[in-house]
Design a protein around this ligand. Structure first.
Ligand code: SF4
Ligand code: SF4
Length: 171
């Protein structure tokens, strides 16, 4: 997808005047349909440190590994599938991310992902799930392109059934 986007001529880039985004902290992008968040060992080490657990425990219990790439697992619940790092209040409302300081780049660059920026249509489709899209701060073309380039592009998709786990007991 990024390869296709790189070939677009400037006049074809539909978001050259910038895009608005401001997270509303609803947690929808961390829940719902099964999804994968890819991370490197360095990112895993940072998350383990924030959680106060050994990296091996994080990798074994909360991640699926393929060669040098790791993927955060999710777990089935009444909201679909929650990322293992998503926290909820007793009411069920999302309360935050357990690794808010060290979350992987893929989480930080949402919604400026190549597949979402591909067209106005894909952007508006994402806006149906994410209430922060089209709100708040205006990101310039340069800022958007920078975040898009940083977003990891998986050339491997882990088997979905291997990416589910139990609700983690980490506080
Ligand atoms: S879905 Fe959008 S608004 Fe909600 S937490 Fe994710 S980024 Fe923020
Ligand atoms: S790591 Fe945090 S921000 Fe990323 S999907 Fe999981 S809960 Fe959401």
């Amino acid at each position: 997808m990024w390869e296709k986007l790189k070939k677009l001529k400037f006049r074809d880039i539909w978001y050259k005047d910038g895009l608005r985004f401001e997270c509303q902290r609803c947690g929808a992008c961390c829940s719902g349909a099964p999804g994968i968040v890819q991370f490197t060992k360095e990112e895993g080490l940072a998350m383990a440190e924030e959680l106060g657990i050994p990296f091996e425990a994080l990798a074994e219990n909360f991640a699926y590994r393929h060669e040098d790439i790791y993927f955060l697992k999710d777990f089935p619940c009444e909201y679909g599938y929650d990322c293992v790092m998503l926290q909820r209040y007793e009411s069920g409302a999302p309360s935050g991310c357990l690794v808010s300081r060290s979350k992987p780049v893929q989480c930080k660059t949402w919604p400026f992902w190549p597949e979402i920026l591909y067209s106005k249509r894909t952007w508006e489709q994402a806006a149906k799930k994410c209430p922060g899209i089209n709100k708040g701060r205006l990101y310039t073309l340069e800022e958007i392109q920078k975040q898009m380039r940083q977003t990891p592009q998986p050339d491997f998709e882990p088997p979905e059934e291997d990416c589910h786990t139990q609700k983690p007991d980490i506080k």
